[in-house]
Write a protein that binds this ligand. Structure first.
Ligand code: SD4
Length: 306
């Protein structure tokens, strides 16, 4: 019956993540369990420098993680600026399932995780520490936004290590229910305490089971400014295809801040209730993975600038 179940996620590391999600979906499992299991894969991958353990630290050398999750009934949970916990998505899930709140931040999020049996770990790998020390040498300690974003955008063109990023995942299960998850270590060398779009419901992720879901990757400030994922879902509600909705959200970022937009990357990914999907990015270099009927595809979306 149509394109379900199906799971899609950001970047090429989405393939391995989708595989884990598919194991849940193919047995008739729920989309909410599929997306949680799926994004735990890059969270645990130490070679991945933008999600979970092994993520690059902030400018003080501290790894802080952001994540959120949303189910088909409008339940959601989120953690922001969480330290020492390798699987922020599962903490976000617990915030959703076990608390009267949606979002826990910083020390309170850590306290909640530890009270619920999560292990306290050192998330800074030797590679992350080395990269941070390099960054300190060249860029100095200058808490000016967009300076590092600019160099980051250039460095993140295809074929280098930065071409791995936040994972955002959307799934439609056999029952026709949608859920999504998003998890990241945020922008490398951000200011301590900086929170991006990824843990913010409506910015980095949004799901409405009547319409579809959307998620984003890239420079979170611009996604927050435009409430990007909520915008994509609302455009789909008005009849836009997933790709056209993502394109319109990208154009909104350009319209709001053209001088910023031309030098940074933002990519949106969307899945509607019928299992149709699409994506669009500011710059080339973005990719997304689709898994349906045991088949995995890696797709390259259109982009605004080149
Ligand atoms: C953020 N969107 O923290 C995330 C991370 C990301 O390139 O995708 N960085 O802004």
């Amino acid at each position: 019956s149509g394109m379900k179940p199906i799971v899609i996620s950001t970047w090429d590391f989405g393939i391995a993540a989708n595989q884990a999600a598919w194991e849940v979906l193919k047995k008739g499992g729920k989309a909410i369990d599929a997306v949680e299991q799926g994004v735990r894969v890059p969270e645990a991958d130490l070679k991945n420098m933008t999600v979970g353990k092994g993520g690059y630290p902030d400018r003080d050398g501290i790894v802080t993680l952001d994540a959120c999750i949303m189910d088909s009934e409008g339940n959601c949970g989120s953690v922001a600026a969480l330290e020492h916990i390798a699987h922020p998505i599962s903490v976000a899930r617990l915030v959703m399932d076990k608390t009267p709140h949606v979002m826990l931040a910083g020390d309170g999020a850590l306290q909640f995780a530890l009270e619920n049996g999560f292990e306290k770990e050192d998330l800074l790998t030797p590679e992350g520490e080395k990269a941070w020390k390099e960054w300190l040498k060249e860029k100095k300690y200058k808490p000016v936004m967009n300076i590092e974003n600019k160099s980051f955008a250039v460095e993140r063109l295809p074929g280098n290590q930065y071409n791995h990023d936040t994972i955002g995942m959307l799934a439609l299960d056999a029952q026709g229910n949608l859920s999504g998850a998003c998890t990241t270590s945020g922008m490398a060398f951000k200011m301590h305490g900086r929170v991006g779009d990824s843990p913010i419901i409506g910015a980095g992720l949004y799901v409405d089971n009547e319409v579809g879901g959307a998620t984003s990757t890239g420079v979170g400030e611009e996604v927050i400014r435009t409430v990007g994922s909520f915008l994509v879902v609302e455009l789909m509600r008005q009849g836009y295809s997933p790709e056209d909705a993502c394109k319109e959200a990208v154009k909104r970022i350009v319209k709001k801040k053209p001088n910023i937009a031309k030098d940074i990357q933002v990519g949106f990914l969307a899945l509607n209730k019928k299992g149709e999907y699409g994506s669009y990015a500011l710059q080339k270099g973005f990719s997304y993975a689709v898994c349906h009927n045991e088949k995995q595809d890696l797709l390259i979306p259109g982009s605004y600038y080149y």
